[in-house]
Ligand binder design. Sequence first.
Ligand SMILES: [Zn+2]
Ligand SMILES: [Zn+2]
Length: 811
Amino acid sequence: MTSTAFGPAELLHLLKARTSSAQPSPITHVENLPARAGRTAPWPDWAAADLVSALTAHGIKSPWEHQATAATMAHSGTHVVIATGTGSGKSLAYQLPALTALLNDPRATALYVSPTKALAADQLRAVARLNLSGVRPATYDGDTSREEREWIRQHSRLILTNPDMLHHAMLPGHSRWASFLRRLTYVVIDECHAYRGVFGSHVSHAIRRLRRTAARYGGTPTFVLASATSGDPADAASRLTGLPVTAVTEDASPRGAMTFALWEPPLQPAPADLNHIPSQPTSSPAADGAVPLAELDEVELPQVRRSALRETADLLTDAVTAGTRTLAFIRSRRGAEVVATIARRQLDEAVPGLGDRVAAYRAGYLREDRRQIERALLSGELLALASTNALELGVDLVGLDAVLICGYPGTRASLWQQAGRAGRAGGEALAVLIARDDPLDTYLVHHPSAVFGRPVEATVLDPTNPYVLGPQLCCAASEAPLTQADLELFGGEPARAAVEGLTASGALRRRPSGWYWTHPGRPDVDLRGAGGAPVSVVEASTGRLLGTVDQGSSHMMLHTGAVYLHQGVSFVVDDLDLDDAIALVHQEEPDWSTHARDVTDVSVLGVRSRVDAGPVSLFLGDVEVTSQVVSYQRRRIGSGEVIDTKPLDLPVRDLRTVAVWFTITPDALTTAGVEPPDVPGALHAAEHAAIGLLPLIATCDRWDIGGLSTANHADTGAPTVFVYDGHPGGAGFAERAYATATDWLSATREAIAACTCETGCPSCVQSPKCGNGNNPLHKPAAVQVLDAVLTALTTTGAPALDTQALDTPTT
Ligand SMILES: [Zn+2]
Ligand SMILES: [Zn+2]
């Protein structure tokens, strides 16, 4: 191994040197995290001797304390979740009890479930190399051939699979799995923090179906879950499995010291080409304001921050020049390629040939390619990688000096996972978070306590979402008739209500012995379904499928005339056929971008919970969101000049979901200093920033949520800001926002106030997915609104909100 000449502090100083001294330092905070010594434990005396000797032969001399604790709990039959940091060896915690069980009882079986095929493949390698007799581990996924499947069902005692296979193959065909399920002793759910939102809610029911089906054959497995560090992992694991789960969270693995810097690229005047705002909202509901189209103007971007990609490429260049082994995390594949390309070019300019020591790395690469890159990095032949978060799952890279994180990865759990890649045994490491032009990133680099002073966020999922529960109950009924007792397993009262509804609609039939699925074929349920079939984007001249867009976003992104970007290549949509869920496009590089406009309305269906705080009220409830994409603008790339506005004829879409909203009286707004003409802009700006900050407290993405603000809403009769889950039935995000409203809105207020721009920028109140062209927006008045709301909520002592009480919808 080569070794860098620089420690983390020197390296950070060197990176900063690029910034001109006339500008404020890009480093907003430096956190020094001390080293931690590891604590080992003896091998548990119940562990199978063959297993212990195989593990010892592979270099594991003894387990860390947390591994031994979790393993022993699982061995004694306690359902356990181990939630510790990257590289803390969570695998051993389930390998010990599960493999011991398989060695002690030659008929016992175990099931391992991971969110990705790649991770299952890595786990298979780890177990296979132990060469334990009679275990016959095998992966079972979409690539497994029919013959292999047959062999696996009959002979494998450790099957590694994913939730989709469980849902689509194993559970519907359970009779063929009878002997495997009868002897099922352990179920391992790896990377369980990945199961969040609607997907997580579906998976939680697939797991309940697995429990029910196994029980029918006599299997009562113990569950062992592994999670990245997460807030309240026991609660999340219980929601996921429906079982009482005990958490092991104290990480006893050793860690080197780390210097962690927060970095904000400097503001600079907007070059003309940055006025081109990408026309593609990447998903979900966009619209967020009921403003007449006639009022809409062109957006001005007087100042923007230097792009985080560009900044990351420069830092990577400097780090490599200094001989530092560095990994840069970039959110998109294309971004990773761009960073690698810029860094390579800059390095070659400095020292010809040096550029060859930087590579891009992403999930789509073949395993052989990935292994080769890992080896090259280990040997020092490669000094740096620009990667998507492909590394988070199942790839082993050690011995890095520095990690650059381009843009907040969405959760503190991911942030720590990425930062945890830096540091070699006993050595010191540097991590740098480079803020993107986004309110959440801005907030974080100015509020280090939000990064370093808090536990990671709780994983949010909602098994009672009726849009998940209904279809999942149909799946369960198609596997075996549902009994009264089953309804407890699937959630009690909400499940009873759902079954009644399904019976009334004819989906299920009531018989004395239970509820039956009486239709030919199985229910068509997609675990990752966002409602409706995704729209295929097809090149008309060649028939080539370019990609898919979820139905919710298709009206915004794929309307006739829309410019659609695919891997940097520009296409124009000729026709959007909603009946066949297909958009035909042709390749074209027009000198304009397109910006869809929509009209959205929210009506309140019911209030689940409310807080009255004088002039301010806060609500959680069920809403119906109707939206219609009505027109689009073509804007000249470069100048942003509006060429024309074209009407569109697209149907209205309805979304029944859950929202959090607040109202404030007009008098209170006036008292707060917000003049009546500024009210719409103030509410709209507050709404954008609030959406941008919600991921701080819930494990969601800003694309998962939508909003609407209005100076007078028909149902509330007051100035109102709504923020709603962008998924039918809700995904738990609005509920979380309601429960932590003061934290959430305080952070929103701080993010706006901390931004040094004058009238609003993408770092504070502008939104990349605004259905109203970011107009009107009033940045200073947004702060005044939020101040007034927060004062009211805190002085009336908004009660400590009890999320448990919110589980049952009142509809
Ligand atoms: Zn700003
Ligand atoms: Zn907006």
